[in-house]
Design a protein around this ligand. Structure first.
Ligand SMILES: NC(=O)c1ccc[n+]([C@@H]2O[C@H](COP(=O)([O-])OP(=O)(O)OC[C@H]3O[C@@H](n4cnc5c(N)ncnc54)[C@H](O)[C@@H]3O)[C@@H](O)[C@H]2O)c1
Length: 246
């Protein structure tokens, strides 16, 4: 039986489909304390209320926009302060857009990278400071199958940003290993969430014959956060129903 008993977690993008499913699964597996964050305050609070009604676990909500280093630092410090320690950082916040290369403006390119890469890096770095002081921890970053395939229906800034997440995860895993900070990524394929409602995915294109769910991704994020994954770092777990086998 997986358990996250006595562990604490900070989950970004917790108002979204995958983040909410992960937070709920962490709660179902006895997480000791959890801070949920997202830029969409109302949806975040709804998610926390839903998790509490389903599992009895009460989370702390901190609404934040992750695009600026100062806000990222403040978020991690506040979360660690509220939780007492920070064992798990799960980075689910992210943005993508349907479109082609001509749809990408300079502002959109920067927006995507500010959230998917820069914000993620500064949250990880501040979390490193906390985890170093407490003797270790674990970080999980949401990458994407699109990082390897180049994407199907999204503009090219998105797969490029997720390729950066894959590489950043390895760099951080190397930096964290001697301090017992494990850093891994999860690369979902086609998952039904708010991000993909207009993507028109066809289940017949997936070898397992269906579009994935937030819970499918949450299972991998639970395993990586648990002590069963204590010898795994710098890895990427593919959760894609078999659309790519690498
Ligand atoms: N759904 C898929 O098919 C799929 C596939 C591969 C990878 N992913 C990745 O998984 C992660 C979760 O995606 P999802 O499907 O749950 O999408 P989602 O849109 O439901 O959730 C993403 C969340 O990130 C939040 N967010 C966006 N910008 C933010 C900012 N500046 N500051 C703070 N929060 C911000 C959003 O408010 C949203 O709640 C993302 O990183 C996404 O790229 C999703």
């Amino acid at each position: 039986m997986f358990t996250l008993e006595k562990k604490t977690a900070l989950v970004t993008g917790a108002a979204g489909g995958i983040g909410a499913a992960c937070a709920k699964m962490y709660a179902e597996h006895n997480i000791g304390g959890m801070v949920l964050t997202d830029v969409r305050k109302e949806n975040l609070e709804k998610t926390a209320a839903y998790i509490e009604s389903e599992t009895g676990v009460k989370s702390v909500c901190i609404a934040a926009d992750l695009r600026r280093e100062d806000d990222d630092k403040a978020l991690v410090r506040e979360a660690a302060g509220k939780l007492g320690r920070l064992d798990i950082l799960l980075n689910c916040a992210g943005v993508s857009r349907r479109g082609n290369l001509y749809d990408v403006t300079e502002d959109q390119w920067n927006f995507t990278f500010d959230i998917n890469v820069k914000g993620l890096f500064f949250i990880c770095r501040e979390t490193f400071r906390v985890m170093e002081n407490q003797g270790g921890g674990c970080i999980i970053n949401l990458a994407s199958q699109a990082a390897r395939s180049g994407g199907i229906v999204v503009t090219p800034d998105y797969p490029s940003s997720k390729a950066a997440v894959l590489t950043l995860t390895k760099s951080l895993a190397k930096a964290g290993a001697a301090k017992q900070i494990r850093v891994n990524s999860v690369a979902p394929g086609l998952i039904a969430t708010g991000m993909t409602t207009d993507f028109g995915y066809d289940p017949k294109t997936v070898p397992l014959g269906r579009i994935g769910t937030g819970e499918d991704v949450a299972g991998a994020c639970l395993f990586l956060a648990s002590d069963y994954a204590s010898y795994i770092t710098g890895a990427c777990v593919d959760v894609n129903g078999g659309i790519a086998m690498i």
